[in-house]
Design a protein around this ligand. Structure first.
Ligand code: ATP
Ligand code: MG
Length: 173
């Protein structure tokens, strides 16, 4: 029987979008599935999950970003990096090598006008049948939400950061 992959969106302003996606990756890996993570905008940081990813044979991990986009000065460079990242993501999706592809923080590409949302919609629509895709990031575009099978909006009620507790190794990164 052919399996039909899902399209899952983890969005909202609360903590847990990326980590929920990685929880699903963990689950898939447990069943010997092949997983690919493409991270947009995050830059090269020593995130615990990346260190762990290197040790896992069935998990491929790509970083396409230079950190958070706060200032406008290098916006053209950010756009170029994001577009290159999208090209890579497209290659990985179309390769049909994977059971699960996580497009982490991809919602910011249309949000920052780096890429038209239609490109992401087309990518999802044309994915190999068995492939599941998880999209993460705040303010997921309506068109992506419409296409998805499962959409979770994570709402922040409290976050340690607001109480002056800074980002902690092993919890936030
Ligand atoms: P996580 O990676 O912990 O699952 P996330 O993917 O939901 O978080 P992002 O916006 O991608 O959220 O997170 C960027 C960084 O900010 C992460 O280190 C995350 O833990 C942290 N973070 C997430 N939500 C909040 C919040 N409401 N306030 C402060 N920091 C947050
Ligand atoms: Mg995230």
């Amino acid at each position: 029987m052919k399996t039909k992959g899902r399209v899952i969106v983890n969005t909202g302003n609360g903590k847990g979008k990326t980590t929920a996606a990685l929880g699903t990756a963990f689950r898939a890996l447990g069943h010997n599935k092949k997983v690919c993570v493409v991270q947009f905008l995050k830059g090269q940081g020593k995130y615990g999950e990346r260190v762990m990813a290197e040790k896992l044979e069935n998990l491929d991990w790509y970083i396409c970003g230079k950190g958070f986009v706060f200032v406008k000065e290098n916006i053209e460079e950010d756009r170029e990096v994001a577009r290159e990242g999208f090209k890579l993501a497209k290659e990985k999706v179309e390769s049909d090598l994977y059971d699960l592809v996580i497009l982490d923080e991809i919602t910011y590409l249309p949000l920052y006008d780096f890429l038209e949302v239609e490109h992401i919609v087309e990518l999802i629509k044309n994915k190999p049948e068995r492939l599941s895709i998880i999209v993460t990031g705040r303010e997921a575009d309506k068109k992506i939400v419409e296409l998805a099978d499962t959409v979770s909006v994570i709402e922040p009620l409290k976050h340690a950061y607001e109480q002056g507790i800074k980002a902690q190794k092993g919890i936030e990164f």
